[in-house]
Design a protein around this ligand. Structure first.
Ligand code: SF4
Length: 215
């Protein structure tokens, strides 16, 4: 049998977060565990050895993880491409990490916008650094006001995310996939070439873009 490694690893260095989003796919995980630097150093070596050169860092909120800068440096030092997803809590830390002369082809930041309000700091960070932006679609609100503002900027890459329903109660706030897809197509008419779709349903053939799922 021919071994085919996955393209990337999704990594949750800790689950601590300052928010409690109703749609969070980690909301039922209660854990104070924080991955130690020697543990992720071991993981990165195994990744490189296994031919996996992309790391998707999620949480929790990764900027609350105490070793984030070291983790990013170590991954990039091992020639592993990093995708870091944040809710924008600590833009100073993100600016610091981005300012370390890292190759931006190897370090990608994603910001989740799911609240109506957008702080001046986060708006400035997005306008200047142009991270990719994503929002989870729920029945409470399809697009938060903050995302509508950011979508005016044609230089921003935007991802609309399908909400995973993990429990029966989640069905009250999540759309079915066909409904979600219709919403996606409507939004794309208003924001041409700016909205990408992200999902992992192998039965749907009409795919605009597929990348790493993350809330
Ligand atoms: S979706 Fe992201 S920001 Fe919201 S609670 Fe989960 S980890 Fe925190």
């Amino acid at each position: 049998m021919i071994y085919s490694p996955p393209r990337y690893i999704q990594f949750f260095p800790s689950f601590g977060c300052d928010r409690e989003c109703k749609f969070c796919f980690n909301r039922d995980i209660i854990s104070n565990r924080v991955v130690a630097p020697d543990e992720f150093a071991f993981m990165l070596k195994r990744m490189a050895k296994g031919g996996i050169f992309e790391l998707d860092i999620l949480g929790g909120e990764p900027t609350l993880y105490p070793h984030l800068e070291h983790l990013v440096d170590t991954a990039l030092g091992n020639k592993i491409k990093v995708f870091l997803s944040s809710n924008g809590l600590d833009t100073n830390l993100l600016i610091h990490i981005l300012g370390k002369n890292h190759n931006r082809n190897f370090l990608n930041i994603g910001i989740s916008l799911n609240d109506s309000e957008l702080s001046d700091e986060l708006y400035d960070f997005i306008s200047f650094e142009k991270p990719f932006i994503k929002s989870v679609v729920t029945k409470d609100r399809v697009l938060p006001e903050s995302a509508k503002l950011i979508l005016q900027n044609p230089e921003i890459t935007y991802y609309l995310l399908f909400m995973d329903a993990l429990t029966k109660a989640d069905l009250d706030i999540s759309f079915s996939f066909p409904e979600f897809f219709r919403i996606f197509e409507e939004i794309r008419k208003r924001f041409k070439n700016m909205v990408h779709l992200q999902f992992s349903c192998k039965y749907i053939k009409k795919v605009v873009d597929i990348t790493k799922p993350a809330g």
